[in-house]
Design a protein. Sequence first.
Length: 52
Amino acid sequence: MKKYVCTVCGWEYDPAVGDPDSGIAPGTAFEDIPDDWVCPECGVGKDMFEEA
C-alpha cells in the first residue's frame, strides 16, 4: 500500500500504521479512509494529500 503526505504540514500517512487516534486501523489503505477524515497534525482534508 502507498504512503501519502500532507502537502501543508508534511505529516505522512502510512497504511501499515494507520491513524489509531482517529479510529483508522492499521492496514487501512488511504483510499479507504472516510472522506471526512482530516490530517491529525494540521486539520486539512484528504484532498490536500499526495502520494509519497
